[in-house]
Write a protein that binds this ligand. Structure first.
Ligand SMILES: Cc1cc2nc3c(=O)[nH]c(=O)nc-3n(C[C@H](O)[C@H](O)[C@H](O)COP(=O)(O)OP(=O)(O)OC[C@H]3O[C@@H](n4cnc5c(N)ncnc54)[C@H](O)[C@@H]3O)c2cc1C
Length: 331
């Protein structure tokens, strides 16, 4: 695969010393839409997958009450209900779903070795990584207080609920510009809260933002708090923080959208897998194949662009089919 550069691989000695070893054909790491969909396809293809859920069984959607855009639910569905449906579907075909966290990996030879909870090694012929990406927050207590009540890290997911309302987007990069432009098509007014006096977004995205009438950029503003009785009703900002012109500004908003980036959960694989500068696992375009044969990546952990439940599920399907073809070629 020419798109991948050779990596300087350092072997993890800790894994070599663990005695509790189990051999499986297909290991799936992660229980979001990507992991469970991979599990549905892999178990139906008789790969007898073992899936480790990680700390967040069901993935990111278990933290939301309304999923309106996943096909097949005409009335919408809650995130936990949807993920329970996916789990049951994967188990119906024989997926062995286990609670456990992948804590280290050794992809230096075959079979691939993944440590679970630091005390057990799974030796797998094929590994599907579906560990997701975690949105970054500012770290305010009020972000936690209003989670799902006005605070969101996904305009595509939640923008619809703010139709005709006033919202703010935090961030100065391409994602913030894209989210703001998307929201401007739905909302009455969109503020972009930018810490500096410039946007990091590309020139094209900047032009788009500047030419959208209902977007207002609040330059050199830091968010310090959110307020409201039954959800977000406004944000408290500091303008020109740390200068003689510092002042407190309050804006009235119904929604507060974070667009300051995500952290892909790929840390433990980084010795072996090629990632981009942020940490998204690189895959061969149009496939789930990583730079290591027999290791596949699906869902948000390899997707800096879309990060939706349905795209994660679709790439989980691709990963299971890629794994099945890889394993049948081994025979
Ligand atoms: C509040 C909120 C609302 C959203 N609403 C929508 C919506 O309405 N519609 C939509 O399409 N999308 C929505 N999204 C986005 C959607 O949730 C994600 O795009 C999707 O869940 C990604 O699926 P995934 O399977 O790639 O990863 P995730 O759902 O993030 O799942 C990752 C899984 O990997 C596991 N994991 C991580 N590290 C390890 C490890 N070391 N070992 C083992 N397991 C591990 C975790 O426990 C988790 O089970 C929303 C996201 C959030 C946060």
């Amino acid at each position: 695969m020419e798109i991948f550069k050779p990596l300087d691989i350092q072997k993890d000695d800790h894994i070599a010393n663990i005695e509790n070893v189990e051999k499986v054909r297909c290991l799936i790491i992660g229980s979001g839409p990507a992991g469970y969909t991979a599990a549905i396809y892999a178990s139906r293809a008789n790969l007898k997958p073992v899936l480790y859920t990680g700390l967040q069984m069901g993935g990111q959607l278990t933290t939301t009450t309304e999923v309106d855009n996943f096909p097949g639910y005409p009335e919408g569905v809650t995130g936990p209900e949807m993920m329970d449906d996916l789990k049951k579907q994967a188990e119906r075909f024989g997926t062995d779903v286990r609670f456990g966290i992948a804590t280290a990996a050794d992809f230096s030879g075959r079979p691939h070795r993944v440590t679970i909870d630091d005390n057990k090694v799974i030796e797998a012929e094929a590994v599907i990584i579906a560990t997701g990406a975690t949105a970054k927050y500012l770290g305010l207590e009020s972000e936690i207080k209003y989670a799902g009540m006005g605070v969101s890290a996904c305009a595509t997911c939640d923008g619809f609920f703010y139709k005709g309302k006033d919202v703010a987007v935090v961030g100065g990069g391409d994602t913030a510009a894209e989210e703001a432009t998307y929201l401007a098509g739905l909302c009455n007014k969109v503020y972009i809260i930018v810490r500096r006096d410039v946007l990091r977004a590309s020139k094209t995205m900047q032009d788009k933002v500047m030419n959208t009438k209902n977007i207002e950029i609040l330059w050199e503003h830091h968010t310090i708090d959110l307020f409201g009785d039954n959800g977000v009703e406004g944000a408290t900002l500091v303008k020109k923080r740390g200068t003689p012109y510092e002042e407190i500004v309050r804006i009235k908003i119904d929604g507060f959208f974070l667009a300051i980036g995500h952290t892909p959960n790929s840390e433990i694989f980084k010795n072996y897998l090629e990632t981009d500068e942020v940490g998204y696992i690189k895959t061969l375009p149009g496939t789930s194949k990583t730079n290591i044969n027999g290791v596949f990546a699906a869902g948000d952990v390899q997707d800096p662009h879309y990060r939706q439940a349905v795209t994660a599920a679709g790439s989980g399907c691709i990963a299971a089919i890629d794994a099945e073809r890889f394993l049948s070629d081994l025979k």
